[in-house]
Write a protein of this length. Sequence first.
Length: 210
Amino acid sequence: MSLTIYGVLRSRASRPIWLAKELGLEYRHVPVIQGYRLADATSADAPLNTASPAFRAVNPNGLVPSIEDDGLVLHESMAITLYLARKHGGPLAPRDLAEEALATMWSFWAVTSVEEQALSMRAGPEAVARVLPGLDRQFGILADALRQGSGWLVGGRFTVADLNVAEVVRYAQSQPGLFEKHPAVRDWLAACHARPAFQAMWAEREAEPA
């Protein structure tokens, strides 16, 4: 088995694992937990985690996910999903250079314009009040793109771009009013989450220790 994915599903490793399931890939899953979730990540009996020397030998950054694939070691979830889609092809992959550029653009947009704001809302009501106007604006941009793209971001079909962006947008689900204000985003995310590969990934995620 050539592909190994490192990281628990309660991390950004959910992204490449969802994609691997979409593509029907065989892979070995090594559940590396985030060190900050442990009382003592360096103790002798600690589970494999992002501070473990064995994992730091794979990723010196001490972050998940990482993959090993036919000798290639790759970090950063968006880079991993874009690589796997490009390598294995099919309808999730870009069909030409323009689609590849758009998939990259939307993936970067999600990371730079949505992710930090959406995650920061976990800090409480003050954080929500601070970032909600910015997220509202970004959701409006996403909604317009979805309407123009027949409900999807690239090529009028579900692609790696939708998977990458959906995995970021779901962080904002604690604010249902935001999704009700942008029904195109709400319906698109529901369609992404209805896919059997997402459902399979999410069931495995829910079975992991919280």
